[in-house]
Ligand binder design. Structure first.
Ligand code: NDP
Length: 241
């Protein structure tokens, strides 16, 4: 039977590559997004993947949307917690709003979405939960106390839930990407990219969204059943965790 995969923030950037790769691997994919209807429509017409708009920071919105996804497509077997934002500021200037927005979207979301699919996975004896963390959750980053805290929190969540889910066939893993050539990163001035960012990456280039997506496809597969609680570091050697 076709497995159902939900990719949060699955309409743009790394999430788009993950949605496309999971569809190519045979999954029935639901891609969620927050508010950029234009990007979501363009993604849907290009890929044929169904899109669902809801705020991953809002537990009740997640519950309602996931009920709808499951009634339209079937129970979610694979969840990719990918939606994320940044609100950078040095800590002495960081506002409570910048802190809360990032914790809500990048970390509360992991509870809000996972909690609404996990019991079904346990009952059916199969599930794959894949959390997209970040190199900056592993090493910390100036100007990102909020983001580094949220992304490190995902790693702790992964280790704890992996222990709970293991006996029920539910694996929980993280991927911690380094600099990936998404629109946002490619929009950085070429001079800054070439003189400041790329020299920090031993493989000498940015990662591609598809490289993260291939990690997800592997972690979602039956072949990855013995892998749980791990963090897969995909950063071109920039930080060896
Ligand atoms: P993008 O900004 O390109 O896309 C973010 C996606 O998340 C969009 O689909 C967006 O929806 C959705 N989203 C944002 N906020 C919410 C919300 N409150 N509710 C629901 N959906 C939401 O992100 P990237 O592809 O750059 O990053 C994807 C993930 O990878 C993030 O978790 C990020 O932290 C992580 N990461 C990225 C790296 C990089 O180099 N790009 C490096 C390391 C980690 P909409 O289109 O409606 O705004």
């Amino acid at each position: 039977m076709t497995r159902v995969a939900l990719v949060t923030g699955g309409t743009r950037g790394i999430g788009e590559a993950i949605s496309v790769a999971l569809k190519a691997a045979g999954y029935d994919v639901a891609a969620s997004y927050a508010g950029n209807d234009t990007a979501a429509k363009a993604f849907q017409s290009k890929t044929g993947i169904a899109v669902y708009k809801f705020d991953v920071g809002d537990f009740n919105a997640c519950k309602t949307a996931i009920e709808r996804i499951q009634s339209e497509r079937g129970q979610v077997d694979v969840l990719v917690n990918n939606a994320g934002i940044t609100r950078d500021a040095a800590f002495h200037r960081m506002t409570p709003e910048q802190w809360r927005e990032v914790i809500s979207t990048d970390l509360d979301s992991v509870f809000n979405v996972t909690r609404n699919v996990y019991e079904g996975m346990r009952t059916r004896g199969f599930g794959r939960i894949i959390n997209i963390s970040s190199i900056n959750g592993q090493k910390g980053q100036f100007g990102q106390c909020n983001y580094s805290a949220a992304k490190a929190g995902m790693i702790g969540f992964t280790k704890a839930l992996a222990q709970e889910g293991a006996a029920k066939g539910v694996t929980v893993n993280c991927i911690a990407p380094g600099y990936i050539g998404t629109e946002m990163v490619r929009a950085v001035q070429p001079e800054v990219l070439n003189t400041k960012i790329i020299p920090q990456i031993p493989v000498g280039r940015l990662g591609e969204p598809e490289e993260v997506a291939r990690c997800v496809v592997f972690l979602a597969s039956d072949d990855a059943g013995f892998l749980t609680g791990s963090t897969l570091t995909a950063n071109g050697g920039q930080y060896i965790a």
